[in-house]
Ligand binder design. Structure first.
Ligand code: CU
Length: 781
């Protein structure tokens, strides 16, 4: 009964309602008898066969109320998050996932090395779990540590995640431990979040105070920076794309752990189960001792602050205060909120507040750096041949890219250079090198055991040191894979080497090789990258002792190298773990050459690939005192159908319809064919030669995005008439006040202003050269 008694005193995520012990099956009475596991799957690594540990996970729709509003969510065994699944290394896990949702779902065992068909990526390794059906996952546990499981789709955002704890075979001295599963919650449906990101709506930034408008730039002394950035066709940078209503620890805004003794040292298993949030962890009761990363033990070292990227896990030792309680706070990296865990009883010491982000300063720092072009660490690949992309929109290269050859100190792999600790005030966002661990890493911390008062500084990757050398067998053949992380924030398309999953080929590797992946992030965002089915070396200043991980953060404009032994078979997913980046195309299949394809992949791969190329609609309707204006758009990655209509209350109207296709990889250039139909009968002057007030023509043209994010449109219609139009939309004047400007060679022009009052509505006014001045409301869909 060890598992059950552990569960009883570990206050972790939800009771394991349907948890069953070996030989003891207890599905809820109303459920059909659980399917018997059939396949006996061979472990990839020789694992001593332990006991079978069985769980049932019932996936159901549920309702939650985190914000005062009742919202739909997904529960596992009636709870959000799901139960903690507990195992011992060497056990075989048998997990039956019962899908009681209306649609298909999936479950992925994050960080586990397991047989391909058990990995749970729908349409790639595993069949989707159809509504009403049960899928039994069976896999040997060849690792120990802190892991988690989650749906491999948008249901993850709705609550479909839980933790996994695998105890080592030889149990260390018993220590009280708690799971802290962090997550982010939005009251919106995840599909709606994705659609809104695709339409590049401003509301999330408005809510966060992250618009980075010209007015704010002027007031803060960053006006020139702002102009320079837009001149380079880069929209405002972002720390996280989504505005979250709540941040949660084990499904609650505040979690309380009161059973530990005063002064007791406890082990925290911290999991970032957020879908697009990083968290800063700070503990009011003293330093935190890092003892494991992504389930892999590391040489312990103390930190005062630790940033955990999406999907990472860290094991931390903390001391419960001798008197009262202490807060462990996880503040989202965009500093829009936090979730707290309290340890001990009585009055709580609070962790410090983090200041709001200074986006202008962060942008300035990023632009000063630009992408690196070289990397010279021992054992790491050369990036010199990778040309930085030309200056581009957010998600593309910084304007000064490619001019960084002499840059010092940007090498993550160069050990000694990064040894000098540079203190950073805790109240200031880290700059790029600091986040990358390049100037903060005091390697003197190595080997510090339980000395909680030791060299505590801020966490960075260079401080992670494996217990034993992790170098790969040098007799194996090496394969090097270079990938750039790319994207287009204006259209919310995320990719590698400018190709989304839907149009990219799989990356071939071979069993028996050592694989080195060199990743260069050319976007203005950070990405938490995750490789399925393998544990890799995250190359850092520790050289041979570089830590083993399954997920890593790659800061904007930097390079990270990982290495792993290709010891599996079939196809595995490698992707950004920001849910919406993954959904928008930031993934690749790593395929073992010469390995028979997974039975499912033969038919399903096409479906998996098509996901990021879905069609998304949006519309804006302005109902003003003089006329109504409609813009509607439906688009996928390459194509768009655009409609614009204007109708006055005198019965004058104009419509333009375009079917357009983006032509270049940066999506600055598009060509279209269309139809222009208009009849401004009350405006038409006698003897007018231009047809701008009355025409029905077919037209063709190109769009090209100019500096300052001005869209130029060059078109000709079937009567031979030419028109050039310049347009700037969504020019941010203050945090929620925007301008739209348009002028063309038919001497038509429009100036509009709108003040956003909600995601769906703005107070707006405009002056149109044909329809004149008016004011009213604009509705956004
Ligand atoms: Cu990403």
């Amino acid at each position: 009964m060890r598992l059950l008694s552990l569960t009883a005193w570990l206050l972790t995520a939800g009771p394991a309602l349907a948890q069953t012990m070996p030989g003891m099956t207890m599905p809820p009475a109303t459920q059909p008898a659980a399917a018997k596991p059939t396949a006996s799957v061979a472990a990839r690594e020789t694992a001593r066969v332990g006991k079978r540990v069985e769980y049932d996970l019932y996936v159901t729709d549920t309702l939650v109320n985190f914000t005062g509003k009742v919202r739909p969510a997904v529960a596992l065994n009636g709870h959000l998050p799901g139960p903690t699944l507990r195992f011992t290394e060497g056990d075989t896990a048998v997990v039956r996932v019962h899908n009681r949702l209306k649609g298909a779902t999936s479950m992925h065992w994050h960080g586990l090395v397991l047989p391909n068909a058990q990995d749970g990526v729908p349409y790639l390794t595993t069949a989707p779990i159809l509504p009403g059906s049960t899928h039994t996952f069976t896999f040997p546990l060849v690792q120990h540590g802190t892991y988690w499981y989650h749906a491999h789709g948008l249901e993850e955002q709705s609550g479909m995640y839980g933790s996994m704890v695998i105890q080592p075979r030889q149990a260390a001295a018993p220590m009280r431990e708690y799971v802290l599963l962090l997550s982010d919650w939005t009251d919106e449906k995840p599909a709606e979040v994705l659609r809104y990101l695709k339409r590049a709506g401003e509301w999330y930034a408005v809510q966060k105070g992250a618009t980075q408008s010209y007015g704010e730039a002027l007031a803060a002394g960053y006006f020139k920076d702002k102009v320079k950035q837009e001149w380079g066709r880069m929209p405002a940078m972002d720390v996280s794309d989504v505005f979250y209503n709540k941040f949660l620890t084990n499904g609650q805004a505040q979690a309380y752990f009161q059973d530990a003794k005063p002064g007791e040292v406890v082990r925290l298993r911290v999991i970032n189960g957020g879908t697009s949030s990083y968290f800063h962890l700070q503990y009011a009761g003293g330093p935190m001792q890092v003892v494991a990363a992504d389930g892999n033990d590391v040489v312990p070292f103390p930190v005062t602050k630790l940033e955990i990227a999406t999907a990472e896990t860290y094991d931390l030792l903390i001391t419960v205060p001798p008197l009262g309680a202490a807060e462990l706070r996880a503040t989202s990296s965009d500093v829009t909120g936090y979730t707290s865990a309290y340890f001990g009883r009585g009055e709580a010491m609070k962790a410090p507040d983090l200041p709001k982000l200074d986006y202008f300063q962060l942008t300035r720092e990023m632009n000063q750096m630009g992408p690196m072009t070289g990397l010279s660490a021992k054992g790491a690949g050369q990036m010199g041949t990778t040309k930085p992309a030309a200056p581009g929109a957010k998600g593309q290269a910084a304007p000064n890219g490619g001019d960084m050859k002499g840059m010092k100190g940007m090498k993550m792999q160069n050990g000694p250079e990064s040894a000098a600790p540079v203190p950073t005030p805790a109240n200031r966002p880290l700059n790029r090198q600091q986040r990358n661990g390049l100037s903060m890493g005091s390697l003197q911390d190595q080997g510090i055991g339980m000395d909680m008062g030791g060299m505590a500084g801020e966490f960075n990757y260079n401080r992670l040191r494996a217990l034993r050398p992790t170098t790969l067998d040098s007799t194996h053949k090496w394969r090097e894979i270079k990938l750039t992380l790319t994207g287009n924030m204006l259209r919310y398309i995320w990719s590698f080497d400018h190709k989304t999953l839907s149009v990219a080929d799989a990356i071939p590797i071979r069993k028996g090789e050592n694989v080195r992946m060199v990743l260069q992030n050319l976007t203005m965002m950070r990405h938490p990258m995750h490789l399925h089915g393998h544990v890799f070396r995250l190359m850092n200043a520790q050289g041979a002792y570089s830590p083993m991980k399954n997920t890593f953060d790659i800061p904007s404009m930097s390079v990270v190298t990982i290495e792993f032994a290709a010891n599996a078979e079939q196809d595995w997913f490698f992707h950004c773990h920001t849910l919406y980046h993954m959904a928008a195309g930031m993934g690749r299949v790593i395929a073992y050459e010469g390995s028979p394809q997974n039975e499912y992949a033969k038919t399903g791969y096409k479906v998996a690939k098509a996901g990021d190329n879905a069609r998304y609609p949006w519309a804006d309707l302005s109902v003003h005192s003089q006329a109504s204006f409609l813009e509607a758009n439906v688009s996928n990655n390459k194509n768009a159908l655009e409609f614009e209509g204007r109708v006055s209350y005198q019965g004058d109207y104009e419509t333009e319809t375009h079917l357009l296709r983006y032509l270049d990889k940066r999506q600055f250039l598009a060509a279209y064919v269309g139809f222009d139909s208009r009849n401004n009968k009350t405006l038409k002057a006698a003897g007018e030669t231009n047809t701008k007030n009355e025409r029905r023509v077919l037209d063709a043209g190109v769009y090209y995005l100019l500096p300052m994010l001005v869209r130029s449109e060059w078109r000709v219609d079937n009567t031979g008439q030419l028109r050039l139009q310049l347009e700037r939309r969504d020019l941010p004047l203050s945090n929620n006040f925007f301008a739209d400007l348009r002028v063309n060679t038919d001497k038509e022009y429009t100036v509009g202003f709108r003040y956003m009052v909600s995601k769906y509505a703005s107070l707006s006014t405009n002056y149109d050269s044909d329809y004149k001045w008016g004011a009213g409301l604009t509705f956004h869909y």
